[in-house]
Design a protein around this ligand. Structure first.
Ligand code: AVI
Length: 334
């Protein structure tokens, strides 16, 4: 791990893994573009422009997820702070760290909070949010980690009582096998007084789900198209935006939103850096991400398979979204 820089009188530190993650991403990209359902791994969505577009998505009227999660946190944050008494708050996939502020506020008020550790793949986004948090919470230190939550959990600092938050239903962007691997790794990472706080979007009316990923303003489409732009520039690829139609539809068999494109006509895309030609038939899909939606029972089962027990499950009033509090060991008195 390298100590990249220290800002604002040592209260904001930015740490980065020494090993370069790009070869692994290129390998994964090669594999997924050659799979039966072709896919561009979702990491391509989150360059600086993509992270900015995602922030815009979170403000769209039809994209209800962050608002419903905020509604739950406003009611439950004090309880979460009281039960966990966390001194370190970690946020995986932090982005611009908005809803986490409700947890930071509650832990700050409870007087237990000493440090905030946001982890995200986008360094510019991470730096900006780390600085903003350090300014808003002068009593705590901020140790930001540039990393991928599927690979870099070993960079998390140890010690104290840690609450590891994974909000916004980002866990839904992983396939079930990837979720199982991540939950198992998190279970192994937790010390006896640590806990997880997981935000998950719930299965609901298909029209509302599809509206959340097909906004009229076209921000979500621009966000997903940006993955093609990012791959073109970094991989010297020839994805032609005009030859791909954006598509985000509900897959009832898997209970996930299937998000990506369909080829407008048969054509080939040359990917110089990977040394491959990818050929598309007319109407063939190119997936960029899935966004799984959950049911309580299934989620609790997935957690249990990883050796984790959901202690509390809270939803917003409309039952759109849920927060699960998962301590490594049962909280005292519960
Ligand atoms: C980050 N993640 C939870 C978002 C989601 O809803 O699955 C990503 C996103 N993709 C399109 N809109 C939002």
């Amino acid at each position: 791990m390298s100590r990249a820089s220290t800002e604002q009188r040592a209260r904001v530190e930015v740490l980065r893994n020494e090993h370069d993650g790009r070869p692994a991403l290129y390998e994964a990209t090669l594999r997924s573009l050659q799979a039966e359902v072709k896919e561009l791994p979702p990491v391509w969505l989150y360059d600086e422009r993509g992270s900015r577009l995602y922030e815009e998505i979170t403000r769209l009227p039809d994209y209800y997820l962050p608002r419903r999660e905020g509604e739950i946190l406003r009611v439950q944050a004090a309880t979460i702070a009281g039960r966990t008494q966390a001194s370190t708050l970690v946020e995986l996939g932090a982005g611009s760290a908005k809803n986490i502020r409700l947890v930071l506020d509650a832990l700050d008020t409870a007087g237990t909070l000493e440090r905030f550790v946001p982890l995200d793949v986008s360094e510019p986004t991470l730096r900006a949010s780390a600085r903003a948090i350090a300014a808003a919470y002068p009593r705590i230190s901020v140790e930001a980690i540039v990393g991928d939550f599927e690979r870099d959990l070993d960079l998390l600092p140890e010690g104290g009582r840690r609450l590891i938050a994974f909000l916004g239903s980002t866990i839904g962007n992983l396939y079930p096998e990837q979720r199982a691997t991540l939950l198992t790794a998190l279970a192994a990472e937790l010390a006896p007084s640590d806990a997880l706080l997981l935000g998950v979007d719930l299965v609901k009316d298909v029209a509302r789900l599809e509206a959340a990923y097909n906004d009229r303003e076209g921000v979500t489409e621009a966000f997903v198209r940006n993955a093609l732009t990012a791959a073109n520039s970094e991989l010297d690829a020839t994805f032609d935006q005009r030859l791909f139609v954006y598509e985000a539809r509900w897959d009832p068999a898997h209970e996930w939103m299937d998000i990506g494109f369909r080829a407008r006509q048969a054509h080939a895309v040359w990917i110089q850096r990977l040394g491959i030609d990818v050929t598309f038939q007319m109407d063939e899909p190119l997936r960029v991400e899935i966004s799984s939606k959950f049911r309580r029972e299934r989620f609790e089962l997935e957690a249990a398979r990883a050796g984790l027990q959901v202690e509390s499950w809270w939803t917003d009033r409309g039952g759109d979204f849920a927060l699960a509090l998962v301590p490594r060991d049962p909280f005292a008195g519960s």
